[in-house]
Design a protein around this ligand. Structure first.
Ligand code: NAD
Ligand code: TYD
Length: 341
């Protein structure tokens, strides 16, 4: 039986991954999370008493605690989700992004090396590839696309990927990297596009669309990202990178209109606001490698996934209202007050 340290397991994708692994594999899952504003144990109340699950509050930058946790729990594998993950926050201030995303990854890599772990999987993002032209739909990011980073967030994630690569080449550390497109689904913090728009539409508020709304993102249902990571963990070739995506490109404005329509709301709620500085125009992922080599395929198509997501937010209003209070309100004021035109 494997003992897997899932860092950042109380966040959006991490909590979905913890649940997915407990439901589909007989592994022990140790969720190691600092519980920042984005980490929430409420995301895991349904499995908190599972016999193969343990929560450990900790910071991935804390070398001593990371190493003692690995030793005490006989960890053989790390899957690293822990990160500062929101582009807009990285524009307001990038320090925490460098600390957690770069230094934290370095601490985990060192621990994996020093303690001889069997596998280290870095959960990365398609944002490390930069931006694609809007009008050349045939071009997508492949694993060979050069890294080009335009936001402090993507720069920190790319730096972490480069460190992973270096530990593999220099120290022969058994590293795997996944790079996924935009996720959506249950438990996503309502600072990201889809849950933010669901919350604002519900409350009859303005929906802030950056720039002309014609930036393109490739959306994947979160459970499909989790199954992709599991496939890479089980069958991926050590030292390799695997892209994971939904083959599902949308203009932001169309997603916003779709959400309004599904909630029976009027498009007059849309408010175009000042663009995000350095806003990447288009992301699109070529997932043919993971599909061909590991037999992975997404289970959910967008029409089903978005309905499931909207339904979840409607049924879990208490969850998002709670996370949207407090610290979040200060961020919201800071990020959006200068954007309203
Ligand atoms: P999230 O912001 O919802 O969650 C991040 C989690 O990491 C939180 O639980 C937080 O408490 C924890 N964390 C932060 N700093 C920590 C530290 N120093 N030590 C321990 N825990 C810490 O993020 P998410 O959207 O779930 O993304 C998870 C990972 O997937 C990130 O690495 C992100 O770059 C990557 N990713 C996200 C997307 C997406 O669409 N959200 C797409 C591709 C890749
Ligand atoms: P986001 O969910 O922040 O993900 P990312 O920037 O990592 O792709 O944003 C998705 C897209 O939605 C992105 O093009 C920015 C845009 N966006 C808005 O138009 N308005 C908003 O209030 C937010 C949060 C995002």
């Amino acid at each position: 039986m494997k003992n897997i340290l899932v860092t950042g397991g109380a966040g959006f994708i991490g909590s979905n991954f913890v649940r997915y692994m407990l439901q589909n594999f007989d592994y022990r899952i140790f969720n190691f999370d600092k519980l920042t504003y984005a980490g929430n144990l409420e995301n895991l109340t349904d499995i908190e008493n599972h016999s193969n699950y343990k929560f450990i509050k900790g910071d991935i930058c804390d070398k001593e605690f990371v190493e003692s946790t690995i030793k005490e729990n006989k960890i053989d594998t790390i899957v690293n989700f822990a990160a500062e993950s929101h582009v807009d926050r990285s524009i307001l201030g990038s320090r925490e992004f460098v600390v957690t995303n770069v230094l934290g990854t370095q601490v985990l890599l060192d621990a994996a090396k020093n303690l001889g772990l069997e596998k280290y999987l870095q959960v990365s993002t398609d944002e490390v590839y930069g931006s694609l032209p809007e009008d050349k739909k045939e071009i997508k990011f492949t694993e060979l696309t050069p890294l080009t980073t335009n936001s402090p967030y993507s720069a920190s994630k790319a730096s972490a990927d480069l460190l992973c690569n270096a530990y593999h080449h220099t120290h022969r550390l058994p590293v795997l990297i996944t790079r996924c497109s935009n996720n959506y689904g249950p438990y996503q913090f309502p600072e990201k596009l889809i849950p933010l728009m669901i919350a604002k539409a519900t409350d009859g508020e303005k929906l802030p669309v950056y720039g002309d709304g014609r930036n393109v993102r490739d959306w994947l249902y979160v459970e499909d990202h989790c199954s992709g990571i599991a496939a890479v963990l089980e069958k991926g070739k050590i030292g390799e990178v695997y892209n994971i995506g939904g083959n599902n490109e949308w203009y932001n404005i169309d997603i916003v209109k779709l959400i309004l329509e599904k909630l029976g709301k009027d498009e007059s709620q849309i408010q175009f606001v000042k663009d995000r500085p350095g806003h990447d125009r288009r992301y699109a992922i070529d997932s043919s490698k993971i599909m061909r080599e590991l037999g992975w395929a997404p289970k959910y198509q967008f029409p089903e996934g978005i309905d499931m997501t909207i339904k979840w937010y409607m049924e879990n209003e208490k969850w998002w209202r709670e996370v949207m209070s407090g610290e979040y309100m200060k961020y919201f004021e800071k990020n959006y007050s200068s954007k309203i035109k």
